[in-house]
Design a protein around this ligand. Sequence first.
Ligand code: AMP
Length: 285
Amino acid sequence: MTVRVVETIAELRAILRSRRALGSIGLVPTMGALHDGHGRLIETARRRDQTVVVSVFVNPTQFNQAQDYEHYPRTLDADIVVCEAAGVDVVFAPSAQEMYRDGFSTTIAVARVSEGLCGRFRPGHFAGVATVVMKLLQIVQPDRAYFGEKDAQQLAVIDRLVRDLNVPTEIVGVSTVREPDGLALSSRNRRLKQDERRAAPVLFEALQAAAAAVRAGETDPIAVTESAERLIAREPLVRLEYLEVVSVADMQPADRIAGPVRIALAAWLGDVRLIDNIFVDATET
Ligand code: AMP
């Protein structure tokens, strides 16, 4: 079967009306420039749902810098080939005008979990994400929606959103896919210059060192982050934006590490901003 590519909400809904009787529907929201990280989300959906919908939409409202939006890679033809090979049923690739009709006025703000980490440095970002994801959930009405743990704060925001607004979709988190040297796959990696790409694995090395310190019994988050920060400081091409130990459920800074936590960071390499995180459970040493 070949993948159907649709650009309008009306056409997507018409297709899904007949597919719903066949079984469950899974949604994988993406901004395109698909890589093996997206591939793992699609595979996970393929195993569980009879119909898999991949949305490809570079959502303008979640970019807080016009430049980042303009430079974001757009490779729809290649993305369709990837989806076809992965057994996706429908690619939904709407225009910004289709998603945001004239007069669009609604914004969903998820407090607390959106506020720290990336929320602090990218004002409005998570409101943009929550609003577009809520729209996609309303348009597709999937049984399950799949999100990567690479964007752990986004996953926590969506999880909170569907609970708070009683959305009948199960949110499934999928583990991070990495390059052999540890760098988390990201559509932004292709914008790294050669020397920046060589420096980038230090981010995951630092997270692993921090996780190792927690497993070795360090309970002070400052001690954990300082040693990781020192490692990153040795790499002059990397400018760290934040590195923090947070609670898994609500992404709030941990005062003392006593159970499961996430260590999360954002860093700039040239004009490319990368994020990554690692999960570690202090009770499992
Ligand atoms: P994006 O297209 O970057 O907005 O990502 C779409 C989805 O793919 C999000 O749920 C991301 O968390 C997920 N994703 C991106 N990179 C990876 C990765 N390296 N491993 C697993 N999931 C990923």
